[in-house]
Design a protein around this ligand. Structure first.
Ligand SMILES: [Mg+2]
Length: 120
């Protein structure tokens, strides 16, 4: 079963994303902070990480940097953010994220889009 780790400090978003992905047959593990997300990757690397950017403690970008420094260089880490600043998407992809998804999510297409970021 494909395992997705969702890292987000917003409990409602975490629940929505988890429900939508589980309905589509994904196994979902969730973390409310970047620190917790990093720890979960170390314990059991998922097939993909969905990463919020702004969280208390380390940011999603800092969590990505730690995950990469830990040697998880091919693990897809996709941003899931409400941020819509111009040029933000390109900047985040340049900084090493594998994909960019925007909140609010569209439950009808979300799981399929997530799956598209997982390398065969
Ligand atoms: Mg947040």
């Amino acid at each position: 079963m494909t395992c997705v780790l969702v890292v987000d400090d917003n409990a409602m978003n975490l629940e929505l994303v988890t429900d939508v992905l589980e309905l589509e047959g994904f196994e979902v593990v969730s973390a409310a902070t970047g620190e917790e997300g990093v720890e979960l990757v170390r314990q059991k690397p998922p097939d993909l990480v969905l990463m919020d950017l702004r969280m208390p403690g380390i940011s999603g970008l800092e969590a990505l940097e730690i995950i990469r420094a830990d040697g998880f260089t091919t693990l897809p880490v996709v941003v899931l953010t409400a941020s819509v600043m111009k040029g933000e998407r390109e900047r985040l992809l340049e900084l090493g994220f594998d994909g960019f998804m925007q909140k609010p999510i569209d439950p009808g297409t979300f799981a399929q889009e997530v799956a598209s970021f997982i390398k065969g």
